[in-house]
Write a protein that binds this ligand. Structure first.
Ligand code: PLP
Length: 429
C-alpha cells in the first residue's frame, strides 16, 4: 500500500502543527509510521490522500454512529448553512435538540449545550463544586473526561497511549483535589467516602469505561456509586460523552438503570459537528447562569449547524430497530474476531457493550486499568499495521474503543474478520 502523500503531508504538518496533529490521539506514536491524511469519507469507508480506502471502526472516535456523510445529516447542515452559521442568539433548533435529549435520557430535565465534551465535563465539575461548596473530585484510573485541569491525573485515552501519567502544567493545589481510584473497585470507593465523603463535591465516572479500551462496569458497581455519593451529599456525574446515544437511546444510565445527578454528553449528539452538553434535574441545573450564579457561557454554544446535525442524528437513532441492528452487527464482528484468535492460539480478551468493543491482547480478565496495562502492546502494534495494510482502520492504540456504525454491511464485517485473521497471523510471525 502506497502512503506517500500522507507521509509528505505529515512532514509539512509537523512544521506548523505540534507533532503534526490537532489532537494527540491522531498521531501514530503508539503504532509507528505516519498518520493517515484523509481526503473524503462516505458511509463506513474513508479514503486517504493516496487513494487507499479503509473500512473505518474509529468513527471520528465515536460520533459517527450513522457513518460518514450521511445524506440526511449533510443536507440538514447544508440547508442551515444557507440560513446562517451562527447568530449569537437563540434558535428553535436548540429547543428541538434539548427536547430530544430530555425525552431520551432518564435523568435529564434541563440541558445546556456547549462545544465539546471537555467543556461539558469542566462545566459539570464547576456546577458540582458550586452546589456543594466542596472542592474534591473522585475519578477512576484510566477514565478520560476531556483535558480539563482537574481531570488530567492518571487519565485514559491519549495519555495512556503516549505514557503520560501526570500532565505538567496543572496547578498542584488543583491536582491535589482529584482523587483516583481503580475502576470497578467498590470497596475502595466505600473506604474513601467513609474517610473523606463530606469533602467530596462529585464522583465522575464513565459508566462504561471507553478510554482505556472498553471496560464494562461489573454488576453492582454503578448502583454502589449512586448509593455512596447520595449518602455523602456528593453529586454523581456520568460522563456519557461516548455512551450517550451509543449503547441505547437513553445511554448507559438507561442500559444499567442507574441515574446520575449530572450527565455529560458530546460526540454523537453533534452528528459529527463540534458539540457537548451537560444536563440534570431542574433543581441542579437552576444553579447555572442566568438562573443561578455558577457562570458558564459560549460564543458558539448551541451552534445552529451543530444543532441541525444533532437533531437529524437523534431522529435517525429513534427509528425502530437501530440498536438491535447495531448489537447484531457488533456481536457478529466480535464473534469472528474471537474465532480468529482461538484458532491461532493468541491470548486475547473481548469486551463489548452494544456497538462499542475492544480486543485486548492479554490473558488477564479485563476489569480496570491495571489489567488493561497487562496487554502486549508490541503485538498490537504489529496487528494494527497489518490490519491497515488490509484496508481496515482501527484506533492507533490498544487503549481505545472500536465503534460499529449502522451502515457497516455484513459483507464489510466479513471482510474485516478475514483481514483481521491475516493481520493476526502476520503479527504472530
Ligand atoms: C471524548 C471524550 C471526552 C472529551 O470530549 P471532546 O469533545 O474531545 O472534548 C470526554 N469524556 C469522554 C468519556 C470522552 O470519550
Amino acid at each position: 500500500m502506497n502512503r506517500k502523500n500522507s507521509s509528505r503531508l505529515f512532514s509539512i504538518a509537523k512544521k506548523v502543527l505540534p507533532g503534526g496533529v490537532n489532537s494527540p490521539v491522531r498521531a501514530f506514536n503508539a503504532v509507528g509510521g505516519d498518520p493517515l491524511f484523509i481526503k473524503s469519507a462516505k458511509g463506513s469507508r474513508m479514503t486517504d490522500v493516496d487513494g487507499n480506502e479503509f473500512i473505518d471502526y474509529v468513527a471520528s472516535w465515536g460520533p459517527l454512529i450513522f457513518g460518514h456523510a450521511h445524506p440526511e445529516i449533510v443536507s440538514a447542515i447544508t440547508r442551515q448553512a444557507g440560513l446562517g452559521t451562527s447568530y449569537g442568539a437563540s434558535t428553535e433548533l436548540e429547543i428541538q435538540l434539548a427536547e430530544k435529549v430530555v425525552a431520551a435520557m432518564p435523568s435529564i430535565e434541563v440541558v445546556r449545550m456547549v462545544n465539546s465534551g471537555t467543556e461539558a465535563v469542566m462545566s459539570a465539575l464547576r456546577l458540582a463544586r458550586g452546589i456543594t461548596g466542596r472542592d474534591k473530585i473522585v475519578k477512576f484510573e484510566g477514565c478520560y473526561h476531556g483535558h480539563g485541569d482537574s481531570l488530567l491525573v492518571k487519565a485514559g485515552s491519549g495519555l495512556v497511549s503516549l505514557g503520560i501519567p501526570e500532565c505538567p502544567g496543572i496547578v498542584s493545589s488543583l491536582a491535589e483535589k482529584t482523587l483516583n481510584l481503580p475502576y470497578n473497585n467498590i470497596d475502595r470507593v466505600r473506604e474513601l467516602f467513609d474517610k473523606e465523603g463530606k469533602e467530596i463535591a462529585a464522583l465522575i465516572v464513565e459508566p462504561i469505561g471507553g478510554n482505556m479500551g472498553v471496560v464494562p462496569p461489573i454488576p453492582g458497581f454503578l448502583s454502589a456509586l449512586r448509593e455512596v455519593t447520595e449518602k455523602a451529599g456528593a453529586l454523581l456525574i456520568f460522563d456519557e460523552v461516548i455512551t450517550g446515544f451509543r449503547v441505547s437511546l437513553g445511554g448507559a444510565q438507561k442500559h444499567y438503570g442507574v441515574n446520575p445527578d449530572i450527565t455529560c454528553l458530546g460526540k454523537i449528539i453533534g452528528g459529527g459537528l463540534p458539540v457537548g452538553a451537560y444536563g440534570g434535574s431542574r433543581q441542579v441545573m437552576d444553579h447555572i447562569s442566568p438562573v443561578g450564579s455558577v457562570y458558564q457561557a459560549g460564543t458558539l454554544s448551541g451552534n445552529p449547524l451543530a444543532m441541525a446535525a444533532g437533531n437529524v442524528m437523534l431522529d435517525l437513532l429513534s427509528k425502530e430497530g437501530v440498536y438491535e441492528s447495531l448489537e447484531q452487527k457488533s456481536a457478529k464482528l466480535c464473534q469472528g474476531l474471537r474465532e480468529n484468535v482461538e484458532e491461532l492460539g493468541i491470548p486475547a480478551q473481548f469486551t463489548r457493550v452494544g456497538s462499542m468493543f475492544s480486543m485486548f491482547f492479554t490473558d488477564q480478565k479485563i476489569v480496570d486499568f491495571e489489567t488493561v496495562k497487562s496487554c502486549d502492546t508490541e503485538f498490537f502494534k504489529r496487528y494494527f499495521n497489518g490490519l491497515l495494510e488490509e484496508g481496515v482502520y482501527i484506533a492507533p492504540s490498544q487503549f481505545e474503543a472500536g465503534f460499529m456504525s449502522a451502515v457497516h454491511t455484513d459483507e464489510e464485517i466479513n471482510l474485516t474478520i478475514k483481514a483481521s485473521r491475516k493481520a493476526l497471523a502476520a503479527a504472530q510471525g
